[in-house]
Design a protein around this ligand. Structure first.
Ligand code: ADP
Length: 669
């Protein structure tokens, strides 16, 4: 055997080969070290596990994310760390890993050591050479939580849209994609969300052609000029049903201020519209009612003026010498005018109450005196009809109370006049009783009882309605307008009271009500009078007033003539100075210095209040009594008269006796 010694060349080649090998080993070793470094530093969870479900290797990210140490993680099957609800799913994924299916992607939840839940997204591979699972997982807990929140806020948004009946939409100009919210489908009553590539056409098909055109113009304008639009219009649904909607669209722009999308809402305002319509209809009806009441009030007021003339002059004529027939005719004119006046006054009251213009005027009332005054008005009639007229005032009823004497009188008078009208034998009785007394207030019951025709049960409610009487024969037999009880009831309503009735047909009726009045223990002081004049109650003879100067300020010719005639009847020798407006009245007072002034309130140029104020400005004219002639239509009229420096007032239509008493009371000697 020949031993051949290697050549130098051969030795050199071998040495190089060995060096390459060593370098390769070093490089491989370095690569493994670097790989381990990456695995250790990886934010994702990296592991090797076997098919017994035990981790073999876990990187530090496991401990960081799950909170368990490496030893704890390796000590028991990994499925022990999996969320119970995801256990089955995880086991299935592991079993799914086979030679033919070496890779799986799935998501599950792990329970951390502190009891929290983490969402992990896995990619697992089977290494067939060693039958181990090499897996990597990413912690997606934050993403899932955000998604959950988003989902819940989307649900809330949907709920809110549902409640407010607002549907929303967005339209991407680049992709031409249009999205509708659920509620929008509901507003348009489209049952199944259609996979319609042209939702916009669907939307437009519910518009009237004019509104559709307007919408197109609005949308084009929003895109071109970057300005929002608003529209309110009707839509017609498939089933021909109509709805009112309010639509808005706003532009969405990019960094260069170019419109790239539109967003908008559609609100179903049908219900709101219906309510608006109802309110409008109600307002219209109220306005019409008010117009009616105003008309009635104006008409009644206008009619009252000439009627005052008829009543006043027939009153005067009745005192003159006429033959029997003439007197009878005059009486009929006078009575008819008085009846007409009552009706007009009722209508005036009724329209004032309807228009909410009637207010109560409170003052001190002597209740006992007032009750007797009212009863006295019916004495003649009762005597004539041979009916007993009885008044019974409970001794506990306070004498002085605070109330509206005119309205209280009106109610009781109305009840008594009805009782008198419908009673033909027996009696009519006014009872005034104290029901309760508390904290300076007295609850008083007024009852008007008669033994008249009575009212059938079926009519007992309806007679309280305006313009309603018990039956159709009533007007023919007894007259009346059917307004008295309605007005009385409405007046009582202003004091939180109402009329009540007990009646038996054929036996009689009892109309009653209770009112709470403030009690006055002592009689209040009379209101101070402005002028310093001596009061004279006794009547003088007219002859002694030959130098008497009386100024009458009145713009209405008939009223002027009536006032003049009444005054001339009282003082035939006196001088009457006439003024047809407030301005003229002031001028004539200054130039003629009258003894007394009768001043109408509603006059042209200067009204009675202002004229009186002007007169009172001058010291030397402060003593002249100014008697207001009030229409008594406006509440607080009397107080205003006194506030403006007037001395006293007489309400129209002028009553001869009242005028006489007032003028005598205030005349200077
Ligand atoms: P008027 O008396 O003007 O018709 P009212 O409102 O005062 O209007 O009364 C309405 C109706 O109620 C009367 O028409 C009458 O039918 C009935 N009525 C009122 N009071 C009595 C009464 N005391 N007895 C019988 N019927 C009455």
């Amino acid at each position: 055997m020949i031993n051949v010694k290697p050549t130098y060349q051969e030795l050199l080649e071998k040495a190089n080969e060995q060096e390459i090998q060593i370098k390769k080993v070093i490089t491989e070793k370095n690569a493994i070290t670097n790989f381990e470094f990456f695995v250790n530093e990886s934010p994702d969870l990296v592991c090797i596990a076997d098919f017994d479900c035990y981790f073999k290797v876990v990187n530090p990210a496991f401990a960081r994310v799950l909170g368990y140490s490496k030893e704890e993680l390796l000590s028991k099957p990994f499925i022990d760390f999996v969320h119970p609800e995801d256990l089955e799913k995880t086991k299935a994924e592991v079993q799914f890993l086979t030679y033919n299916n070496p890779s799986v992607d799935f998501e599950n939840r792990y329970i951390t050591k502190s009891g929290g839940v983490v969402y992990l997204q896995w990619k697992a591979n089977l290494n067939v050479s060693n039958n181990l699972i090499y897996a990597i997982a990413r912690d997606i807990t934050e993403t899932r939580k955000t998604q959950k929140k988003l989902l819940s806020s989307e649900r809330s948004l949907n709920e809110a849209q549902k409640i407010a009946k607002i549907g929303s939409w967005d339209f991407n100009l680049m992709t031409q994609e249009l999205n509708w919210s659920n509620e929008l489908y509901k507003i348009f009553e489209i049952q199944n969300k259609p996979n319609n590539p042209n939702l916009y056409a669907e939307y437009l098909s519910r518009f009237t052609p004019e509104d559709a055109e307007l919408l197109n113009v609005n949308v084009a304008n929003t895109i071109a000029n970057n300005i929002p639009y608003e529209m309110e219009h009707q839509i017609v649904l498939d089933n021909e049903k109509t709805k009112w909607v309010f639509c808005t669209g706003v532009p969405i722009v990019d960094d260069t201020n170019t419109v790239i999308a539109l967003k908008g809402v559609v609100q179903d305002i049908t219900q709101k519209k219906q309510i608006d319509e109802t309110i409008k209809a109600k307002e219209k009806a109220e306005a019409a009612n008010k117009a009616k009441s105003d008309f009635l009030a104006n008409m009644s007021h206008e009619i009252r003026t000439p009627l005052n003339g008829i009543v006043g002059f027939t009153d005067l004529l009745l005192k003159m010498n006429f033959d029997k027939d003439q007197l009878e005719y005059l009486n009929m004119v006078n009575e008819s005018a008085n009846t007409l006046m009552d009706i007009i006054n009722n209508i005036l009251d009724f329209s004032k109450i309807e228009a909410g213009k009637l207010e109560l005027d409170f003052e001190e009332i002597d209740l006992h005196e007032l009750s007797h005054q009212i009863i006295n008005l019916f004495k003649y009639e009762a005597n004539y009809k041979k009916i007993d007229l009885i008044i019974n005032i409970d001794t506990k009823v306070p004498q002085y109370i605070i109330g509206d004497s005119i309205r209280l009188k009106q109610i009781v008078l109305n009840l008594l006049s009805n009782a008198m009208k419908f009673t033909f034998f027996g009696h009519v009785r006014l009872n005034v009783n104290l029901v309760e007394e508390k904290d300076g207030f007295s609850k008083i019951k007024f009852s008007v009882k008669d033994t008249g025709i009575g009212i059938k049960t079926k009519n007992q409610k309806k007679i309280f309605q305006s313009f309603v009487q018990a039956d159709s024969t009533t007007t023919r037999k007894y007259g009346g307008t059917g307004l008295g009880l309605a007005i009385s009831n409405q007046l009582l309503g202003l004091k939180n009271s109402e009329l009540k009735l007990k009646s038996t047909f054929g036996e009689g009726s009892d109309f009653f009500f209770t009112i709470e009045f403030e009690k006055v223990n002592e009689k209040m002081e009379e209101l101070p009078f402005i002028p310093e004049i001596k009061v004279k109650n006794k009547r003088d003879t007219s002859e002694r007033h030959s130098d008497l100067k009386i100024l009458i300020a009145e713009d209405n010719k008939i009223n002027m003539l009536l006032a003049k005639t009444l005054i001339k009847n009282l003082f035939d020798k006196c001088t009457i100075i006439e003024a047809t407006n407030g301005y003229e009245a002031v001028q004539k007072v200054l130039t003629t210095i009258p003894d007394i002034v009768l001043m109408d309130i509603q006059m042209p140029i200067l009204n009675g209040y202002d004229a009186s104020r002007e007169i009172r400005k001058l010291k030397e004219f402060r003593h002249i009594p100014i008697i207001a002639l009030t229409a008594g239509v406006l509440s607080g009229e009397k107080e205003r008269c006194l506030e403006h420096g007037m001395t006293d007032y007489i309400s129209k239509p002028i009553n001869r006796v009242e005028l006489e008493e007032t003028v005598f009371k205030w005349l200077n000697e």
